[in-house]
Design a protein around this ligand. Structure first.
Ligand SMILES: *Cc1c(COP(=O)(O)O)cnc(C)c1O
Length: 448
């Protein structure tokens, strides 16, 4: 299973907002045309586990978790579970002393089942169900992030007498950032949070302070996703600290925590800018200290919630080519996965890198579109990319930067079954999530 690969180096951390590598730091490119990740051949993984298949580089996940911890000593670094979650990943994050962001009882139950401590979990959600709130209280989550006024009383009513649940209030700072309208959550006119503008955030804070069973410990905001620079966060810090000062003046409370959410950008293609945690931390902490000094407030403890930044670059998707076709002057390379395992190109028009693995080709590159196997013309994984002209059925293609928002958003479209996840580390591979089979899919269908 092992290739003679160079030893893994720590992941290079690019200066903000410079280009970042799209492959894990352990990636090796021997002359055979294969690619090694975590010391394991991707071509061999495709043979052993079948395709489509997702490969997750454990050392890359851990190095990325550590990069945030090192950038912000004393802060809480909470991985956003919605990017991707599995029991092994939960264990790695626990060992790296991260916290965890969840937004459903399902994510929370998986974390609890894997032994993750409840007090290091934050529960989010603009529409938390009674089951979500009950699970949060039963499993003792550290923080519930209040997203609407009505939720305040609903949550308080579930807290047992004599107990107090720590909460944050999610505010909308009016900062526009993020790679696509569907993921811009820092502005008014979208479904998340309580706008500072118009006094909505202040109103919610007053409600929470009026509930004896809730303990308000801070403010939260999440600006959006795939943000490459610190500047939008700096603007948010100014507005949030001004709000903290108003709350002190109005209610005499000094809130000890400030959660700036996630959204830190990664590279999907060579040359894409990516966010550097150390540069981000320097810029944001400097601004926070200045603003707090100006308002005569103590500096609150920061929380950050990276999702994509931790797991995205640690994942590689493997597909096998099933058909190659030229029509209307375009060449389509069709693979055995598609929008059921990666809906992001269809949802947000995202562009990816694709590489032939397992053999060296001398054929000149030509422009092709890599498409999926699903029954929609929009099932395109990578439009107009360059692949060797002799790519043919049976070849294996690898797509880096596939570790976040693929499998967590995967569907059962066409009843294809969701791919497995294979963790690689130190030259060894192990299955951590098995493939969804036709029998799994059939088992849910209990009609006659
Ligand atoms: C989605 C989300 C995150 C993580 O976003 P990334 O872009 O993956 O870093 C963090 N916090 C909240 C509240 C979110 O909704």
């Amino acid at each position: 299973m092992s290739l003679p690969l160079a030893p893994a180096a720590p992941p290079p951390l690019p200066a903000e907002p410079g280009p970042a590598p799209v492959w894990p730091a352990s990636a090796a490119f021997p002359p055979s045309g294969d690619v090694g990740v975590g010391g394991v051949s991707l071509a061999e993984l495709a043979d052993r586990f079948g395709t489509p298949c997702y490969v997750l580089d454990e050392a890359e996940v851990r190095a990325r978790a550590r990069a945030w911890r090192a950038a912000l000593p004393g802060a809480r670094v909470a991985y956003a579970a919605k990017a991707f979650l599995s029991r092994s990943l939960i264990r790695w994050l626990d060992e790296e002393e991260l916290s965890l962001d969840v937004c459903s009882a399902g994510e929370l139950e998986l974390a609890a089942h894997a032994g993750f401590p409840g007090d290091r979990v934050l529960l989010h959600g603009n529409a938390k169900s009674p089951e979500d709130l009950r699970a949060a209280l039963r499993l003792g989550v550290g923080r519930v992030v209040i997203d609407s006024i009505g939720e305040t009383a609903r949550l308080a009513a579930l807290v047992p007498a004599g107990a107090r649940q720590k909460v944050l209030v999610r505010v909308v700072p009016g900062v526009e950032a993020g790679a696509h309208a569907a993921v811009r959550t820092g502005v008014e006119g979208q479904k998340f949070g309580l706008p500072i503008a118009g006094g909505h955030a202040e109103g919610a804070v007053a409600r929470v302070l009026g509930q004896r069973r809730l303990e308000l410990v801070g403010l939260h905001c999440h600006l959006g996703s795939q943000i490459p620079s610190a500047e939008p966060y700096v603007t948010a810090v100014r507005r949030l600290v001004a709000l903290l000062a108003r709350l002190r003046d109005l209610h005499g409370v000094t809130l000890p925590e400030l959660d700036l959410g996630g959204g830190f950008g990664i590279a999907y293609r060579a040359g894409d800018p990516a966010l550097d945690p150390a540069a981000w931390a320097g810029r944001v902490q400097r601004e926070l200290a200045l603003c707090c000094a100006h308002e005569d407030l103590p500096v609150p403890r920061l929380t950050v919630e990276p999702g994509r930044w931790i797991t995205g670059p640690a994942g590689v998707a493997l597909y096998r080519v099933l058909a190659v076709k030229t029509t209307g002057g375009r060449t389509f390379v069709a693979v055995d996965g598609g929008m059921s395992d990666n809906p992001r190109p269809a949802l947000y028009g995202v562009r990816y890198t694709v590489r032939l693995v397992g053999r060296a080709s001398r054929a000149p590159l030509r422009p092709v579109s890599v498409v999926g196997r699903h029954c929609e013309a929009g099932d395109v994984l990578a439009q107009d990319i360059a692949l060797p002209g002799d790519v043919r059925p049976g070849d294996v293609l690898a797509v880096p930067a596939s570790g976040a928002y693929h499998l967590s958003m995967a569907s059962a479209y066409n009843l294809v079954g969701r791919p497995p996840v294979v963790a690689v580390a130190d030259g060894r591979a192990r299955l951590v999530v098995r493939r969804e089979t036709a029998a799994d899919l059939r088992a849910r269908d209990v009609g006659e």
